[in-house]
Each structure stands twice: as C-alpha cells, then as structure tokens.
Design a binder for this molecule. Sequence first.
Ligand SMILES: [Zn+2]
Ligand SMILES: [Zn+2]
Length: 347
Amino acid sequence: MALDLDNHPHRRWNSLTGEWVQVSPHRAKRPWQGKQEETPGEEKPKYDPECYLCPGNNRAGDAKNPEFESTFVFTNDFSALKPDTPSETIKDGDLLYAKGEKGICRVICFSPRHDLTLPEMELSQIREVVDLWTKEYTELGDRDYINYVQIFENKGEIMGCSNPHPHGQIWAQQTIPDEPSKELKRQINYYEEHDKTLLGDYLDLELERDERVVVENEHFVVVVPYWAFWPFETLLISRRPFSRFTDMSDAEKDGLADIVKQITVKYDNIFEVSFPYSAGFHPAPTDGKEHPEWHFHMHFYPPLLRSATVKKFRVGYEMLGTPQRDITPEASADLIKSLSDTHYKKQ
Ligand SMILES: [Zn+2]
Ligand SMILES: [Zn+2]
C-alpha cells in the first residue's frame, strides 16, 4: 500500500526550522466535544474613552497619548525588556546558568481608530504601518546591543490580547530569539549548499505545485506551508530574495500592504468574525552581518479550528511529544482560497 498524505497518518518535516509535525488526516471527521468560546461581540466604537491606546487618552502613570492621526508608536509602559539591564552572566556549576538581557519593547497603534483592524483599513493606511515597521526595524536594529527586532501582532481576546484597539508590538533585544535562531541555522546551511535562499527555492516549488498558495501579488505570495501546525497557519514570502525591511523598494512596500490586507480579509471571511492570530515578521538579525541567506517572510499562527468558537490548544501529546494537526495543509489552503476577496462586512 502506498503512503497517501490525504488519508494516512504521517510526519512532515519543517525545512525552515528542522522540526517535525504529526499529521493525522483520518481524524478530521471525529466529532468535536471541546470547549466553546463566546462569539466575539460585534461593532466596537470608533473611539473609546477608557482605551489606553486611543488618541488623547491617559496611559499608565503620567503618560498621555497625543492626538495622533495615523500610526503611533511608544515604548511599552510595562516593557518585558529594558535597555539598562546589566549584561552579566551568572553560572553556578554546569547546570545553573543565566544571563542579563538588554532590550526595548514598543507598542504600535495601527491607526487612531479603535474599531479598525488591518483587513478593514485602506491600503494607504496599511502602507503607513509598513513604513513605521521599517523605521522601527532600522532605528532599533541600528543600536549596537540590539541583534534582533521582533515585530508582531497578537490579535483577539482569544489570544490573550489585553486591549481591543488594533495594535502591534516590537521586542528588540540582544539575543537572537529561539525561532529565528533555528531558521538562521537552516537558512545558512541551505545557502551554503545551494547558493540560493531556502525560502526562494521553497516558493518556486509552491508556485509550481499550486496546491497550497492562497493569495499572491507582484511582490509577495502567501502559502499554507507544507509543514503547517496550526489549522489555518500561513507563511508570507517575498518573491525577490531580500533580507530586511530596509531592502524593500517603494513598490514592494505597497505590495506588502496589499498582501497583508488580502490574507487578513480571507481570514476574517473564514468564520465571518474578526479572526484572531499571532503574526509576525522574520527579517534578518540586526547583528551587523550581511545575511545573504536570510529570506524575508512573515508567519500567521491563528488558533481557531472548525468554527469561530472552537480553539485549538497545544496540549497532551503536543506538549510532551510533537505538534500535531488533523485537517491537512492542502485542505486548509483549499478552504482559504475558496473565500471571497471582499471583507464580509463590505459584501
Ligand atoms: Zn482605542
Ligand atoms: Zn520565520
């Protein structure tokens, strides 16, 4: 009997991290008896006097937001990383080992509007967000002690997001964190062997097979990766191999705004709710090295499973063994592709 990836349990290799994911497609029809989340409430106000991210409002302590009209960035009032931390190492024998970690955490409001998420914003407004990501990546990355700038968005109450005002975060720090660090090793190895970027070759394969591509434009392509773990996980890849926000042309920055809108509109259309996710960019480290191996990309990790109220938890075997999924990445891609390109609120 030949192995059939649509029906037989199998493991798929994540060529970007070197890790495995267990796929069990035969279980996709199993009846669900898990937790039901409340469907997120509908319309939010344009301005909320209680929101600490709305223009003109008070934040923690004495801080007060300006009357901003497009994007707004500030240093997180409750930063997880601080620039003045001692870089000391504490080593107690071979087993107890700790290091001070310097860093800066920032918050980015995507717009003054309390009610507008990325998929509902105009392209020109999303482009302003792209420009701010680029500026922050450059400014923070230029500091000699910052070796990685992690830009991300944690969207939706279900993700533990504490404020509904559409915003993203930046954690810039001394050490290259674990996820980009795994990808760095894999990308260097591949580049040394093939003299091309790993994700460039992977993208060529995806475009040729055309099974997992969900949206694309002149400059970027979004796929459900072959090794996806989350049910509706996607990977956004630049067509041209480049490493950093600062390598993008103006046309590519417009392209990035457009592709972010396209994929987030698709997401909202899956269950006709504001779709929760953790998403973030993986640009090259800012460690002063050239990084020709690094291919600019972005990950979307949404937690929803089969309805707006059923969330996937990483528990049991997945905490103790290997990440696992039921529905195949190809089936997820088919579903995302089949949805309208127009946001459900505008249909
Ligand atoms: Zn607000
Ligand atoms: Zn990555």
